[in-house]
Design a protein around this ligand. Structure first.
Ligand code: F6R
Length: 357
């Protein structure tokens, strides 16, 4: 039930801090350490390469998850779009582990990869919001997202839940391998939940920014580098699917290799800057488009902000920044769609779970 909310999407955006706290609870043992199935731990420990398979928003969460697993637990990870993987399987490593990420657990494109990999005899772990779902039942192991039912077609809280669970999985794997980390995901996720709450408490700001950026535009660009690049891909997908504005996410440095030709007077370009190592370079990219008339909007993280930024996010651990920077992107898409009288919860041509290939 939506209760007092006008749309499920807005309710689900607001639920994100609670979902993160629920995940902390569910994945914490009595000693405040990570609680995870021993079988999953072993599977992570035995693999020489992880293949993450997903579609849409879940694919975007997988891109962030790859960074966690590679940087923290030192296992190489490939992230693949399910519908491509099934027809164009890459050369596999000797001991692959497949991780399927799926809110619904019913996505046919992902299921067809699972069927193929089972035939080859490879182990599979599914991260899903629906434990009894097909992808959960047919995989060897399941990690539950605990996001609660997601009703709006545009995925919001499942994305942040996927990223949070992937962070926990990556750290648990690192620990099991004896890698010494100073990063405590459960503690850092607590900080993230509070940061998320402060953002969902400032909806009016995003309503106003959305009005300025999107009310009269035909297209929009989102740019970021490193971790922020993965979030801008998700930002563009969110805006496209519910507001029907043509939107693309780009790696900041890639714009000048072609796409910058599309920048005109007033073209909205939204940049995320949450990663110290690319803060100056993404700002250089923003200047390039501003010089060509773009209506720019930088959303930065506290500590990296500059005067002209439109919004400064509360500071969280750099690795977990996507969990926080995505909230303004979800809200911008929501308000853009609302201002255009779109059917926010049920955008045209889309279904909540895509059970055909
Ligand atoms: C976007 C969206 C879709 C899904 C995709 C995968 O907001 O909802 O892109 O993320 O269809 O769905 P699941 O995660 O259920 O496999």
């Amino acid at each position: 039930e939506k209760g007092t909310y006008p749309h499920f999407m807005l309710k689900e955006i607001d639920e994100q801090p609670f979902v993160i706290r629920k995940i902390i609870q569910e994945y914490q043992d009595e000693n405040d350490s990570i609680k995870l199935d021993e079988d999953i731990r072993q599977a992570m420990n035995q693999t020489d390469r992880i293949y993450i398979i997903a579609a849409g928003t879940s694919y975007h969460a997988g891109l962030v998850g790859k960074q966690f697993i590679e940087r923290l637990s030192n296992i190489p990870v490939e992230v693949h779009i399910a519908s491509e993987f099934s027809y164009n399987m890459p050369l596999l490593s000797e001991k692959p582990l497949f991780i399927f990420i799926s809110q619904s657990g019913e996505t046919a494109d992902s299921r067809s990869v699972l069927v193929q990999t089972k035939e080859l005899g490879h182990p599979a772990l599914t991260l899903t919001n629906v434990p009894g779902s097909t992808l959960s039942r047919e995989a060897d192991y399941t990690l539950h997202l605990h996001a609660g039912p997601e009703i709006a077609v545009a995925s919001t809280k499942a994305y942040t839940a996927q990223i949070a669970v992937l962070a926990i999985l990556a750290v648990d794997t690192a620990k099991a391998k004896g890698i010494n980390l100073s990063f405590d995901p459960l503690k850092e996720l607590g900080i993230v939940a509070n940061a998320m709450e402060s953002l969902t408490d400032q909806k009016d700001a995003f309503d106003r920014i959305a009005k300025d950026l999107f009310d009269t535009t035909r297209n929009a660009f989102f740019i970021g580098r490193g971790m922020d690049y993965f979030v801008v891909l998700e930002a563009a997908l969110k805006l496209k699917e519910i507001s029907y504005i043509q939107a693309e996410g780009f790696a900041g440095g890639e714009l000048k290799h072609g796409t910058i030709a599309l920048i005109e007077d007033g073209t909205p370009v939204i940049a995320i800057s949450s990663q110290e190592n690319v803060n100056l370079s993404i700002r250089g990219n923003v200047q390039e488009v501003a010089a060509r008339g773009a209506n720019t909007c930088v959303v930065s993280m506290k500590g990296l902000e500059q005067n002209e930024d439109r919004f400064v996010l509360p500071q969280v651990h750099e690795l977990l920044a996507p969990l926080v920077s995505v909230i303004p992107m979800q809200l911008l898409a929501y308000y853009a769609a609302l201002h255009r009288d779109c059917d926010v919860d049920k955008p045209r041509n889309l279904a909540k779970s895509v059970t055909v290939e």
